[in-house]
Structures are given as C-alpha cells and as structure tokens.
Design a protein around this ligand. Structure first.
Ligand SMILES: *Cc1c(COP(=O)(O)O)cnc(C)c1O
Length: 371
C-alpha cells in the first residue's frame, strides 16, 4: 500500500527494523593516537599484515581509468586451483558481507524466514531484514550452534539457514558430521549458507569448511573472505562456492564490476603466498593457546576458540564487568570488541595480535582484575 500522504520517501518497514552494524573501534578513547601506541584487536585482522607479495601486486596495479574484469576471471581461476574447485561455481564479491547480502536478496521474499543462531554473526540479521524477510534466532548451547535446535526452528516459511563455522564472536565450531546432519535435515528448497571466514585458522581433524557438501548438493553455499588470514580487509574481497542455480542468481543481481582491480590483483598474490599463510596460522596457534591459558589463570572464563580471537567472560559478581574492562584496556592503548550487541554484555572479544599487543592485553587484564 502506498502512503501518498508521506512528506518524504519512506523506506520499507523491514529496513527501519535494522540496527546499523557498529564496527570494532580503531581508536582508544583517552589515548592520543599520535603519541600513545594503540593496539587494534577489535576486528579479527591479521596481526602479521598482508603478504608482502600482495602489497607489491597492489602497488603494481595501474590503469585506474579502466573498469576491472567484471567476472574476476583470473582470481576465480586462482581460487579454483588452490582449492580444487570448478571456477564456474565461484563468485567474487566486495567482501563476503556483500555476498551474504546478495544471497539474501536473491533467495528471500517478504514473509520468508531465515535462521541464524543466538550469538551468530550480526551481518546475517541485517541481510535478512534488508531483504524483507524475518530473522529467526535459535538459542545456542555452550556458545555453540546446535543442529537439533536449528532443525526444530524450521517452519514451512524457512528459506535460508546461516551458519558461521567457526562462528564470530564465539570462536566455536561444529564438526563436519554435524554440518552434514544439519544439511540432511533441511528441505531441499532451504539454502544452507556456510560462512567459512575463519576456516584457514582451524586445526581440527573433525572440521571441514564444507567444500565437499557444496560440491554434492544443490542447496549449500560456502562463503570465504580475504579479510582475515589473508590480511586484505581494507580492499574488501570475498568469494563464494555454490551450486549452479545459486551462482547464476548472484551473477544476475550483483553489480557488474563489484570487485575492484586492486583487490583482484592483491588477492591473487595473497593466495599464492602459502608461506605467509602458514606463518599466520603458526603465530595464531601459539598465541591463541597462550592467551587462553593466561586468561583462565587470571580467573576469566574463556570460550574455546578455533579462530583468531578469544571470547572472554568476566565474573558475574559485578566487580569487573566487561564494560569497565573495555574502558581500562583502552586507557592502556588496547582496543578490543564489546559484544553486547551479540547478546554477550559481560564478555569481550579479543583478536590475537602481535606478541607485543598480546602481552599488553595480558598485562592490562591482570592489572584490571587485581584492582
Ligand atoms: C569477518 C567476517 C566475515 C568477513 O567479512 P568481509 O566482508 O569479507 O570482510 C564474514 N563472516 C564472519 C563470521 C566474519 O567474522
């Protein structure tokens, strides 16, 4: 129904239900960024930075006046080679966030339902509402998605299920046999979106990002990003691997030049630098454990993480709530992520940083907790 009495254009009702995404802070309040050192551990970026080869490729990119290759052909071929995939089943995007939105626009209609879990990545909710559909939030157990609970939430109106595996901000994952059980329990007209933003970090025998499931099903798509282990968050680059019908739908609605040439060039070089990836994984393995162990020794609850970040929970005795801890850490130049918007008001998410940053976190936490 058109409201002809409105004095200004009115967005669709579902758009006004969206709370804008608030990114992790990059400045510490009270610390002068010019004089004081600031450690940004709020957005799960790679503390080792991008591959030097990716930086070189970026610097060598030229012809800013020319449109990029709208099909991301070279990068899709490079991704296909690296993972053993059919390049025709890959679409690149301006970050995987763009792909999550495109999937929602392509598959959700007014009144449809889409499922994600209690502490799931908040971009899902935004993408679902922006498409005019209804978000259905399923409770987690121990900060972890549970297949039976997700399946129990499916109704006749369910069209999509979003699962970050591992999830952000919890860092937890479900084993591949559970992902397969989830898929087996979904109707064939429901699209299962497996978000593997942190897949490269996971070192668990029972984990898989879902490539095999996508290759063998018509209703599963996997999204991946260059923003995390590849260290290219600033360039906005992601991709998805999906069945023919899903890829076709996204290619119909995406912008014709949705990925810029600098990102394409840097992404291709980053993918080829396996040494940098291995170094990044090793650094994370070492410090994820060290940070987790030390936080536990300080009396904090730490959710077991397989990502490049830790979710730490503050005591509920109200002496040291997360909000105060966040302010204290900022005063020490450490910027972490508050996760109240994720239903975790008394927790903080801390990205694994450089050795110097990690030690700064631990020192500041120790000082905060002993006050
Ligand atoms: C960081 C992240 C992404 C990646 O977003 P980009 O748009 O590719 O930068 C996707 N999903 C999850 C769960 C993330 O944490």
């Amino acid at each position: 129904m058109t409201d002809t009495s409105a004095k200004a254009p009115v967005p669709r009702a579902s758009v006004l239900k969206i709370a804008p995404y608030i990114p992790g802070k990059s400045q510490a309040s009270g610390v002068d960024p010019k004089s004081g050192k600031v450690f940004k551990l709020s957005s799960n970026e790679n503390p080792l930075g991008a591959s030097s080869q990716a930086v070189a490729a970026l610097q060598a990119s030229s012809h800013l006046e020319d449109y990029p290759d709208g099909s991301s052909t070279r990068l899709r071929n490079a991704i296909a080679n690296a993972h053993g995939l059919n390049p025709d089943r890959i679409v690149c995007g301006s970050g995987s966030d763009e792909i999550l939105s495109l999937l929602s626009y392509a598959f959700l209609d007014d009144g449809d339902e889409a499922i994600y879990t209690e502490h799931g990545f908040l971009v899902y909710k935004i993408a679902i509402l922006a498409a005019g559909a209804e978000p259905v939030v399923v409770p987690e157990r121990d900060y972890t998605a549970h297949v039976d609970d997700i399946l129990a939430a499916v109704t006749g109106r369910t069209k999509m299920v979003f699962l970050a595996n591992p999830n952000n901000p919890t860092g937890t994952y479900i084993p591949f046999n559970e992902v397969k059980r989830l898929h087996a329990g979904l109707r064939p007209d429901i699209l299962l979106v497996l978000d593997g933003a942190y897949a490269e970090y996971v070192r668990r025998n029972d984990y898989e990002s879902g490539i095999e499931l996508v290759a063998n099903s018509a209703n599963v798509v996997m999204t991946r990003t260059f923003s995390k282990i590849y260290g290219l968050a600033n360039l906005r680059l992601g991709w998805c691997f999906g069945p023919e019908g899903v890829i076709d739908a996204i290619n119909r609605i995406r912008g014709p030049f949705n990925v810029n040439g600098a990102a394409l060039a840097a992404g291709e070089a980053a993918l080829a630098d396996s040494e940098h990836i291995a170094k990044s994984v090793d650094h994370n393995e070492l410090w994820l454990k060290q940070m987790g162990d030390t936080c536990k020794a300080l009396g904090l609850d730490v959710t077991p993480s397989v990502g490049n970040f830790l979710l730490i929970h503050f005591p509920s005795d109200n002496q040291h709530p997360a909000e105060q801890a966040d302010a204290f850490l900022q005063s020490r130049g450490v910027v972490v992520r508050r996760v109240a918007a994720y239903g975790l008001p008394n927790a903080l998410r801390i990205t694994i940083g450089t050795e110097e940053a990690n030690l700064a976190v631990l020192t500041a936490l120790k000082e905060f907790l002993s006050r």
